[in-house]
Design a protein around this ligand. Structure first.
Ligand code: TXA
Ligand code: MG
Length: 348
């Protein structure tokens, strides 16, 4: 299949957007930018389109998709009820990087929800995403637009690397603004639970709806605890080289990583280091990449997946990363990094 590239980096091209919407209505797939990561869109109400999404990504079909909407009123027909907490959260954070889980209506096929009675819904905060959803019929199922097992795409070129020739079109809207997937909160249980941490953190949610728990399976490395979001059980975002996180005070961390990288290089291999603007110059050995600055933690979220993809292209055998327990996005950043590391953490 020839994948059409639609350049909208300097604004929406109305004609091309209409065409992209028509592709969705006809059951095809279009990758598009959102404020979090690029999504791979198909008509959420079309079982066959959802099946195509799973096939293009190589994604296990028990891992449900998020339905993207462009207007709050669109929610009514795809869910059984809208809890008061959801209204408040939508008011506070939509359009934005928050996904909410509802009980689904009959309109949503099980192919979209991975067989579940619930449906995940999000209204993204990106003009191209909102325009595509409106042109495409109002309901766009979209997982991150990567091959299953790769880091989520934060640029259109990442999407092309993974899916060129497998999907109908890619809308290039430039680099995304947040770089990590949306926060997922489940509102179908008695108490709201965060199933995936993201930019909208626990404290921000608490301020709007009171107590919110975090899925315990995300915090503990316990094989008996199963995450409530099916996707969180997979070892996502796994780089080719083995990744180890080093945690501790800044000085102890840089000393430890220096020693680990030196040993790796002495053994004739190449070491990769994920540092920050504050520490990058402190490492004499290995290929050093800064994820961003601790003074502005969103820069770290924004560049993390790109750094992991860059290391995939270099012949490094091991990657050592500083830990990023930053105040606002630390939970989200570390959740992704720990999964990429397959839980290899050294505490110093
Ligand atoms: O930021 C985002 O959310 C991006 C952009 C494209 O919007 N999308 C995204 O989709 O990250 P995906 O498919 O990569 O991740 C969706 C996650 C998975 O972990 C999945 O298991 C979970 O949402 N999920 C979807 N529906 C669910 C449901 N009904 N109950 C529990 N978890 C659900
Ligand atoms: Mg994903």
């Amino acid at each position: 299949m020839q994948t059409i590239k639609m350049d909208m980096t300097s604004g929406i091209d109305a004609g091309a957007m209409k065409m992209a919407g028509q592709i969705l209505k006809d059951g095809g797939l279009v990758a598009f930018p959102t404020e979090t990561v690029y999504g791979l869109g198909g008509n959420a109400l079309d079982a066959a389109a959802s099946a195509k999404i799973y096939a293009a990504k190589g994604r296990p079909s028990d891992n449900p998709l998020i339905v993207h909407i462009a207007d709050f009123d669109a929610l009514d027909s795809i869910v059984k009820e809208i809890p008061e907490t959801a209204r408040k959260l939508a008011e506070a954070f939509w359009p934005g990087p928050l996904t909410m889980i509802f009980r689904k209506s009959d309109l949503v096929p099980y192919e979209t929800t991975g067989g579940l009675e619930t449906v995940a819904v999000r209204m993204p905060n990106h003009p191209a995403a909102l325009a595509l959803i409106r042109e495409g019929g109002g309901y766009v199922a979209a997982p991150s637009a990567n091959t299953s097992g790769k880091p989520s795409p934060t640029k259109a070129s990442h999407v092309a690397d993974d899916l060129d020739g497998k999907i109908n079109a890619i809308i290039d809207g430039g680099d995304v603004g947040i770089g990590l997937e949306s926060t997922i909160v489940d509102l179908t249980e008695a108490a709201p639970v965060i199933l995936r941490p993201g930019y909208v953190n626990q404290e921000m949610l608490r301020q709007v709806i009171g107590a919110v728990e975090l899925d315990q399976a995300l915090l503990r490395d316990d094989p008996n605890l199963h995450p409530k979001a099916p996707g969180m059980k997979y070892r996502h975002y796994a780089p080719k080289a083995s990744l180890t996180i080093v945690e501790g005070t800044s000085e102890a961390v840089t000393e430890k990583i220096k020693a680990l990288a030196a040993a790796e290089e002495a053994a004739g291999h190449r070491a990769g280091i994920i540092a920050t603007d504050e520490t990058a110059a402190l490492y004499p050995d290995g290929i050093v990449k800064s994820a961003g600055t601790r003074a502005d933690e969103i820069t770290i979220a924004m560049h993390l997946y790109n750094v992991l993809r860059e290391f995939d292209e270099l012949e490094v055998s091991k990657i050592f990363s500083e830990a990023f327990e930053t105040p606002q996005m630390g939970q989200a950043i570390m959740n992704r990094l720990i999964k990429a590391a397959g839980h290899q953490i050294i505490k110093v």
